[in-house]
Design a protein around this ligand. Structure first.
Ligand code: BGC
Length: 753
């Protein structure tokens, strides 16, 4: 015992002696802010300048002399991008950088399940750790403003509350691994066309009520350690060095203590970068996809030009020290964090997470009853497809055989595995004859960003031949599964450009119409991150929205089609029947108006707050094709009468609504109860209703659960632009409860005193 005590004592003494010898910045027992100050005091001007700009496409230097490692960032939101060469976009050609592709963030948002967002972030963080990446460039939370938006698939839909509730656990899950989230693209980067030149003109209310909440939640609730400035301009200043966006809103009002990273090539001016809140410059001389100057890191706006300005006395080190402090804070949170978990790559648990998120995010948009054959008396829902009763399945469509993890811009991945829809369907329906025909030719690209797709999409036959082949085969089939939609090639769901039209591309509509003539038992599986015009919708009995869902795509789709998984996804955006149902287009605000010198294009968000369902709620006669929050199940649910714990509340109070939800069908499933607030009378114009709470509930057949949704005055508030603050006006409100923005089945009135 005595020996043990002596041994322990000497260990403690040794440890404390060691601590005494350690410089403060390395002493783990000291508070981080003290360590930052100590490190800062030791750094030379050159070292300070070095840590605030990149040294390669995806890394910035640490402080070699003091032992701070280099900082490695990587895209992106959906998986860890393969390594590129030091200063090129070309692949480094490594063989150890394949990853698991998780579903794109529209799919994550469609799960309406914050627990899955946490699992997503954590799993991605583990992959990043294994690959030695300390900053993941994502998640993206730009609001879905127009269905033409090329990067909508990377974001979390049209609603600020949904995006906020999903981004917070994603950031927390990721950062629990000691990997920083870099939430992007802050802000108002809602379309891709002319993204470096768009100057967004927007009311303060729309900015604060629609476009900023998810960023604010990521910062204040999620504790995001980094944020990426957007390419576009706001009030004539690029967002990577925008005084209002960065200094005022992000840092001053929200108290952000992390690092503002420029989007790749988004920094344009040394003075603005110094003064207006940029901390870490990346990707200059490139727009993120193409190349300008090479190895020009000393020419970065925050490199030699900044050093010169300090040396000449035009700036003190005040701004520089603030930037360096933030970067050091990021180091301590990531590269310098000792007790980080171990990462792992391509593990079973990551595939399981990707599959689960995909399965919960797939949305069953339509599922009509049809007769299986002419002799059948009763019509039944066409989905799920019973494998034991189906002999001949015809799969049509390029998207059934196209890798969707490759392409689309910076979120493109090199996957260890991607199960294609056709392969998933073949595996699940192994007892049936599953035929495949191409149907149409879309994008035959064989490689993207150095990653080669596994399967050749080369095709020489004419469209007439392809259609004829599909029609012939469809005559014989018990069921036709058309896997189409968009893909990630240019001018589709792809970074850098928006879609040119809201229509489905290629000959898809023509082929579907031809197929329907010979076989009306057609299931349309749409792969995309956006809606589209579906002109044949009345004739097609089932539509499944299957997103870009990554490594497990085929398995997830097949499991939903076969009914192994009961679909429970809900649309995170309004699926307009036509483009003019969208406010931005109805008011002809997109893509904007070029100024005389053709350098800047002004895009005025004239629809203001009225984005998505907030706009379609105002349309008298027209209805969207599928409303926000819509998604069917193979079972049925009853949302009962909602009650509240009070009918009157004060601004300091909370109010709780209780809603019974019953699974009235014969299969286990999940329903998402959505609570919207309607302000009965307001001194300012407000949307008819706004989503303020939701809960996904899993129920066995016959089971009822009472769920509670609690809100406080923030759910009743609007942004008062005359005072620049949020206000909840006393008066009467109504909570509208249902399972989509257009299916509200219960309501509760209450008063704010
Ligand atoms: C994109 C960012 C991305 C960066 C690095 C840019 O073009 O806008 O989202 O993180 O490139 O690849």
């Amino acid at each position: 015992m005595k020996k043990l005590t002596i041994a322990l004592l000497s260990l403690t003494v040794a440890a404390s002696m060691q601590a005494q010898n350690l410089p403060v910045y390395l002493d783990e027992s000291k508070p981080i802010e003290q360590r930052i100050n100590d490190a800062l005091g030791r750094m030379t001007l050159d070292e300070k300048i070095a840590v605030i700009h990149a040294q390669s496409k995806f890394s910035s230097p640490g402080v070699k002399r003091l032992g701070f490692p280099d900082l490695w960032t990587d895209d992106g939101p959906h998986g860890v991008r393969p390594d590129v060469l030091w200063d090129e976009w070309e692949q480094a050609g490594q063989t150890n950088d394949s990853c698991v592709a998780f579903p794109a963030l529209t799919c994550l948002a469609a799960t309406w399940n914050p627990d899955l967002a946490c699992l997503y972030g954590k799993s991605l963080g583990e992959e990043a750790l294994y690959r030695n990446k300390s900053v993941m460039l994502g998640p993206g939370v730009n609001i879905y403003r127009t269905p033409l938006g090329g990067r909508n698939f990377e974001y979390m839909g049209e609603d600020p509350l949904l995006a906020s509730r999903m981004v917070v656990p994603y950031v927390q899950g990721l950062q629990s691994m000691g990997v920083a989230a870099c939430v992007k693209h802050y802000a108002l980067n809602n379309d891709e066309e002319y993204r470096h030149q768009v100057n967004v003109i927007i009311s303060d209310r729309a900015l604060h009520e629609i476009y900023l909440p998810a960023f604010k939640a990521a910062v204040q609730e999620g504790g995001a350690w980094a944020i990426m400035g957007a390419y576009n301009l706001y009030k004539d200043q690029h967002n990577c060095h925008n005084d209002i966006m960065l200094n005022k809103i992000l840092k001053q009002d929200w108290g952000f203590d992390g690092v503002v990273i420029s989007d790749w090539g988004g920094c344009h001016d040394t003075d603005e970068a110094i003064k207006n809140g940029l901390d870490l410059e990346f990707g200059s001389w490139t727009d993120g996809l193409t190349m300008g100057k090479t190895n020009a890191y000393d020419l970065y706006y925050l490199a030699d030009a900044y050093k010169k300005a300090i040396r000449e006395g035009r700036y003190t080190t005040k701004e520089l020290d603030d930037k360096v402090r933030r970067v050091l804070r990021l180091f301590y949170r990531t590269t310098m964090k000792k007790d980080k978990p171990f990462g792992f790559l391509c593990s079973e648990s990551h595939y399981d997470a990707a599959l689960k998120i995909a399965q919960e995010g797939i949305v069953l948009l339509k599922n009509d009853k049809v007769k299986r054959s002419k002799s059948d008396k009763e019509a039944v829902a066409i989905l799920p497809i019973d494998p034991s009763k189906t002999q001949r399945i015809l799969v049509v469509g390029e998207n059934a055989i196209k890798m969707m993890t490759v392409g689309g811009g910076s979120s493109s991945l090199k996957v260890q595995k991607e199960i294609l829809p056709l392969d998933g369907i073949r595996a699940r329906f192994s007892g049936a004859q599953v035929d495949y025909v191409r149907g149409y030719v879309g994008d035959t690209i064989q490689s993207y960003n150095g990653v080669t797709v596994g399967r050749s999409l080369y095709e020489t036959r004419s469209q007439a031949e392809l259609t004829a082949e599909a029609v012939e085969k469809a005559r014989e089939a018990d069921i036709v599964i058309f896997v189409g939609g968009l893909n990630k090639s240019n001018y589709q769901d792809c970074e850098g450009h928006d879609r040119k039209t809201y229509d489905l591309p290629y000959a898809q509509n023509e082929v579907i119409e031809a197929l329907l003539k010979v076989n009306p038992r057609l299931v349309y599986v749409n792969i995309s991150g956006n809606g589209a015009v579906l002109p044949w919708i009345a004739k097609v009995p089932a539509v499944v929205q299957a997103w870009f869902i990554g490594s497990e795509a085929g398995e997830a789709i097949a499991s939903v089609l076969a009914g192994d998984v009961n679909p429970s996804g809900k649309l995170p955006f309004t699926w307009y029947a036509t483009l003019d149902q969208c406010g931005a287009h109805a008011l002809n605000t997109y893509p904007g108006t070029w100024r005389k010198d053709h350098k800047i294009i002004d895009e005025e968000y004239k629809e203001g707050l009225f984005v998505g369902y907030r706009w379609t709620d105002r349309l008298k006669k027209q209805k969207p094709l599928f409303p926000f929050g819509h998604g069917l199940s193979y079972t049925t649910f009853k949302i009962g009468k909602a009650t509240s714990d009070k009918t009157s509340m004060t601004a300091d109070d909370k109010i709780t609504f209780t809603i019974p939800v019953t699974n009235t069908g014969s299969l286990a499933g999940a329903e998402t109860v959505q609570l919207y607030i309607h302000d009965k009378k307001s001194s300012v114009e407000r949307p008819y209703k706004e989503l303020k709470a939701f809960r996904k509930v899993f129920l066995q057949p016959g089971e009822t659960q009472e769920i509670s949704l609690t809100i406080d005055k923030t759910a009743l508030s609007f942004y008062d632009d005359t005072k620049s603050e949020w206000t909840a006006e006393p008066g009467d409100f109504e909570a509208l409860i249902g399972n989509s923005a257009h299916n509200l089945v219960s309501s509760c009135s209450f008063t704010l005193r």
